[in-house]
Design a binder for this molecule. Structure first.
Ligand code: SAH
Length: 375
C-alpha cells in the first residue's frame, strides 16, 4: 500500500530511512541482530570483513554469503548514508568533498596529500556549537550530530575519490564540529576504525582534536588510545575566554591540569594547536607564557597559519612573527612545528569549512547548499 504523501518518492527511500546503515554498527551490535534472526554468529564477522576490508558497496557483492542471508541483510540494513554532492580540487592536491546527509544537512571532508602520507580530515557534526571566534564553522551554529555511520561513511566517500595507488594513511578529526561533543558516536566510529574486525587502523594514525571538553578528554583516552590534539590558541584566560568561549567552563588551569594527568601511552605527547592571529596572540610575551604553561606536560605545539574568511575580523600573522614565536618555544625545549595551510584556494583549510545552510534543507532545493564562505 502506498504511504500517504510519499507517492513522489521512490519506495526505497521511504523504507531505507528506517533501516540502519550497517557501516555504523559494531561487531557486537550486528552479531546480536544476526543471532536474533537465527543465523550463525560468525556471519557478523564475514559481513564486517566485506564492509571494512573489502569495501563492499552492496550486500550482493558479498558473494560468499548465502543468497537468502544477503536478502535478509538487504531487508534489514542499508549500506552507505552519504552522497557525494561535489568535489573541489585545490592546486596543492587537496580535495574537499561536500557530502549530503539524510534529512538535508551537508558536511565537508578533506583529503590532504603530503609527502609520503595522505591525511583525511573528518567531520563529526553538521556545524558546531563551540562558537570559537576565528572559525568559520562556528558561524553555522550546530545543526546536528553525525551518526556513527555518517562519520565512517566519510572514509568510504574519500576512498572513492583516491587516485589509483593512493591510500589513506592518517585520520584527523579536525573537520566540522567538536568531536567530544558527539562522544558516543565518535567512540563507536573509532572502535570500527581501529578494531581488527573493522578497518584495523593503528591508533597512532588517528588524531582527535578538541577545543578542550575536559571530562570527555579523560574518557576518550581510556576508551580508545588515539592521539589527542588540544586547540589552545591563548596563554591567558582573558584571551582564551574570547577566542574559545568553552574556556569559561574549563579555564586554562583546569584544562592543562587535566592534560598533565591524562594516561598517555609511552612516547606519546599531546599536541597543542595554536592558531596565530596577528597582534592578538602572536607576541613574544605569549610565546614565553606558552613555554611556562606547557613545561610540566608531555607536549608539542603546532603553530597554525590563520586561514581568513569574510568577516572574521582577524589578520594573518606574518611568517617572521610565527618563526620568532617558534624559536622561543624551541629555546624553551618545546617541540614546535608550523602547519602550512593547505587547500586554501578551495576554502578547505582549517577553520574554513562552512556549508551555507539557509532556513531550508528542503529536499527539492539541494542547489542552495554552497561552500563559498571563505576566500
Ligand atoms: N572542534 C575541534 C576540531 C575542529 S577545528 C577543535 O577545536 O579542535 C580543527 C583546528 O582548526 C582547531 O585547532 C581549530 O582551532 C583550527 N581552526 C579553526 N578555525 C581556524 C582558522 N580560521 N584558521 C586556522 N585554523 C583554524
Amino acid at each position: 500500500m502506498p504511504v500517504p504523501g510519499a507517492s513522489n518518492r521512490p519506495a526505497e527511500d521511504v523504507s531505507s530511512a528506517e533501516r540502519p546503515d550497517v557501516r555504523g554498527l559494531s561487531l557486537d551490535e550486528l552479531a546480536i541482530a544476526i543471532i536474533a534472526a537465527g543465523q550463525p554468529p560468525y556471519r557478523a564477522r564475514q559481513v564486517m570483513h566485506w564492509l571494512h576490508a573489502k569495501h563492499a558497496e552492496s550486500f550482493d557483492a558479498m558473494h560468499d554469503l548465502p543468497a537468502d542471508y544477503r536478502g535478509w541483510l538487504a531487508a534489514h540494513f542499508t549500506i552507505g548514508s552519504l552522497q557525494t554532492a561535489s568535489v573541489a580540487r585545490s592546486s596543492d592536491g587537496t580535495r574537499k568533498l561536500l557530502l549530503r546527509l539524510r534529512g538535508g544537512n551537508a558536511i565537508e571532508t578533506v583529503i590532504i596529500p603530503a609527502s609520503g602520507r595522505v591525511t583525511l580530515c573528518l567531520s563529526t557534526q553538521a556545524g558546531c556549537a563551540m562558537a570559537c571566534e576565528f572559525c568559520a564553522t562556528a558561524r553555522m551554529g550546530l545543526h546536528r550530530n553525525l551518526t556513527t555511520a555518517e562519520i565512517i561513511g566519510q572514509i568510504h566517500a574519500a576512498r572513492r575519490e583516491l587516485a589509483p595507488g593512493e591510500t589513506l594513511t592518517n585520520y584527523v578529526f579536525m573537520g566540522m564540529g567538536e568531536p567530544l561533543a558527539n562522544y558516543p558516536r565518535l567512540v563507536r566510529a573509532l572502535e570500527i576504525m581501529t578494531e581488527a574486525w573493522g578497518m584495523d587502523i593503528s591508533t597512532r594514525r588517528i588524531t582527535v582534536s578538541t577545543v578542550g571538553i575536559v571530562p570527555m578528554m579523560e574518557r576518550l583516552l581510556a576508551d580508545v588510545p588515539v592521539q589527542l590534539a588540544v586547540s589552545l590558541h591563548a596563554t591567558t584566560d582573558e584571551m582564551r575566554d574570547r577566542l574559545a568561549p568553552i574556556n569559561k567552563r574549563y579555564p586554562l588551569e583546569v584544562l592543562l591540569d587535566a592534560c598533565r594527568k591524562l594516561p598517555l601511552a609511552r612516547r606519546r605527547r599531546i599536541t597543542f594547536e595554536y592558531v596565530m592571529l596577528a597582534g592578538v596572540n602572536d607576541t613574544t610575551a605569549d610565546a614565553r607564557r606558552l613555554v611556562k604553561l606547557l613545561a610540566p606536560l608531555r607536549a608539542k605545539v603546532n603553530l597554525i597559519f590563520f586561514n581568513p574568511f569574510d568577516g572574521s575580523g582577524f589578520g594573518v600573522s606574518p611568517r617572521a612573527s610565527i618563526e620568532a614565536f617558534q624559536a622561543i618555544l624551541q629555546a624553551g625545549n618545546l617541540t614546535a612545528t608550523i602547519r602550512e595551510s593547505r587547500g586554501q584556494d578551495i576554502a578547505a583549510a582549517c577553520g574554513q569549512l562552512f556549508v551555507a545552510c539557509s532556513e531550508d534543507h528542503r529536499e527539492n532545493e539541494p542547489r542552495r547548499e554552497r561552500t563559498d564562505l571563505a576566500g
